[in-house]
Write a protein that binds this ligand. Structure first.
Ligand code: ADP
Ligand code: MG
Length: 561
């Protein structure tokens, strides 16, 4: 009767599934975390939709997740009565990967030959729903979008195609049934038909999920969904951000992070905040241990979720975090906001603005702390997120000082180790007034530049700035700790210890030459002047103090200015 249609997976999905099926990821238990995480998201979405649209024909009485095991059939089913998916949703969400950076990920994957490298990569990427194919050789998904009448069955062996079929009597929400691969004694894979084992995985990975996760009661009869089966809730459902610090373990926090960030790796750092009184909110924030692949893509998301009194309101809440801290993930739960808030009203909201200011201060202070207490973690942070943080020097003048404090830059002092401005200042030579820097495409370009010679010869340290964003912030940041920042490639940098008399004398000696050169070079230069900055090169081209840096000039030209 109902028509079964066969579709091909998008090429990227096929590649990804190959990786998953051939299981380069050793922690196979993660599949259950992904399914429960998706079910939880679907329940959050339904609650919100039902609240916003009172006419929506949905049942929100008993929102929950259920995990059923059929040991004989060797199937495991994760079910929710959440928002569900339409047929188009299924094709789009399950058949293709919308995640930006996928192509980049697959390219890296191809390059990385060794299994350990590949495993680490997949741990950074996370494969979400497709993780099912680590343990199953066939997956069936039955779903009905809340408010729609007909449902959809999706099925695949993960090899290249999937089928889609219309189902008239599907319950609201989604159920995902895994047909488990034969247990492999050699590989010592866990037996996912064991209720004890599944319960343990749910507790370990998903205890904080705020919806009940139900399983058949242990020791109860082996009912097959019959009315005699007793069920119990296996998770504690306590919102982690609302619990006192002593009552949450690092492992729990890490799992919570993975759920909200859709990441497979542990976070680098956890930040908690709590304000009581007239203006109550709690925040639980995480700094990831690696930059997402879309950190510099235009549609990159920000990572803060907004809750109001434990109710999920929105992902990607841009009003709560500035763009340069877009990599920070976490949850803000505000007590006094209306559940009706929208993105537009949030932008105007004074409470939200205040929370945002506090989050920024706290995040910057946390990184500062890392710098002092855990140099290795700080270095990791900077490698992953430094380029984004430096955008804040341009875009967040209010916090410029605090941002400068946590920045690191390449320097001529040590080619291997970046320096903070504070450290630079401590090394400044007697009588040195300025912080010297040079921008350029790469370290070697800067090191081979004639501009650097005199500074090198005289033993002055010069910051080596090679990120494109460096050209931007040096235009807006005038000084650090009262010491002006000076480009060594611009204007007159006076390093000479020659006396005034000497200099005047030399000018006289060379006056004819300079006049001749100015004429010979004509319109190509503004001025030819005697310099004390060179030691081995005979001449160099410098910009005027107010000129654009050469790289910035190139950038503007490329943009058509
Ligand atoms: P992610 O959760 O990171 O978006 P997944 O691969 O886990 O990636 O899921 C892909 C998408 O499929 C989800 O974003 C969601 O839109 C949809 N989806 C998956 N599981 C469910 C579910 N149980 N109910 C509704 N939608 C789901
Ligand atoms: Mg998911």
């Amino acid at each position: 009767n109902a028509q079964v249609e066969t579709f091909e997976f998008q090429a990227e999905v096929r590649q990804l599934l190959q990786l998953v099926i051939h299981s380069i990821y050793s922690n196979k238990d993660a599949f259950l975390r992904e399914l429960v995480s998706n079910a939880s998201d679907a329940l959050d979405k339904l609650r919100l939709e039902a609240f916003r649209d009172k006419d929506l024909k949905v049942d929100t009485d008993d929102l929950h997740i259920a995990v059923d095991i059929d040991a004989e059939a060797r199937t495991l089913t994760v079910r929710d009565n959440g928002v569900g998916m339409s047929r188009e949703d299924v094709v789009r969400l399950i058949g293709t990967i919308a995640k930006s950076g996928t192509a980049e990920f697959l390219r890296k994957m191809k390059e990385s030959q060794d299994a350990a490298g590949a495993q680490e990569l997949i741990g950074q990427f996370g494969v979400g729903f497709y993780a099912s194919f680590m343990v199953a050789d066939r997956v069936t998904l039955l779903t009905r979008r809340a408010g729609e009448d007909t449902g959809t069955r999706w099925e695949s062996g993960g090899e290249g195609t999937y089928t889609i079929e219309q189902v008239d009597d599907a319950p609201q929400g989604t159920s995902v049934t895994l047909h488990l691969k034969p247990a492999d004694a050699e590989e010592q894979t866990a037996d996912y038909t064991s209720a004890w084992k599944i319960r343990e995985i749910v507790k370990r990975y998903s205890d904080f999920i705020t919806w009940p996760i139900r399983m058949a009661k242990q020791g109860g009869q082996d009912g097959d969904g019959g009315s005699g089966t007793e069920v119990e809730t296996v998770n504690s459902m306590k919102a982690l951000w609302a619990r006192p610090k002593e009552e949450t373990s690092d492992a729990e926090l890490a799992e919570f992070y993975k759920h909200i960030a859709h990441d497979w790796a542990d976070p680098l750092e956890t930040i908690r905040m709590r304000a009581e009184g007239t203006f109550e909110y709690q925040a639980l924030l995480f700094v990831p241990s690696h930059a997402p692949l879309d950190l510099f893509m235009r549609d990159g998301k920000r990572g803060i979720q907004l809750y109001v009194k434990r109710v999920f309101i929105m992902d990607d809440c841009e009003s709560l975090i500035p763009e340069y801290l877009r990599f920070v993930k976490g949850v803000v739960d505000a007590q006094d906001l209306s559940l009706n808030v929208s993105r537009e009203t949030l932008q105007q909201d004074r409470q939200i603005q205040l929370i945002r200011r506090r989050l920024v201060k706290k995040i910057l202070a946390t990184v500062k702390d890392l710098q002092a207490k855990d140099a290795e973690k700080y270095a990791k942070f900077w490698t992953e997120f430094g380029k984004a943080v430096k955008e804040g020097l341009v875009n967040d003048p209010d916090n410029r000082e605090a941002i400068l404090e946590i920045c690191s830059f390449g320097s001529t002092a040590d080619a291997e180790k970046p320096t903070t401005l504070r450290e630079y200042v401590e090394r400044m030579k007697d009588g040195q007034q300025d912080i010297y820097y040079m921008t350029g495409d790469s370290r070697s370009v800067i090191e081979n530049s004639p501009h650097l010679e005199a500074f090198q010869a005289k033993g002055y340290e010069v910051l080596v700035l090679t990120d494109p964003i460096d050209e931007m912030w040096v235009e807006t940041v005038a000084d650090f700790d009262g010491k002006p920042l000076k480009s060594i490639a611009k204007g007159q940098v006076d390093l000479d210890s020659d006396s005034e008399d000497d200099r005047e004398e030399k000018s006289k000696d060379f006056a004819d030459l300079l006049t001749w050169m100015t004429g010979a070079l004509g319109d190509s230069v503004k001025e030819v002047r005697l310099s004390s900055r060179l030691t081995t090169s005979p001449a160099c081209v410098v910009g005027d103090t107010n000129d654009l840096a050469p790289n910035l000039e190139k950038m503007y030209r490329a943009m058509g200015h």
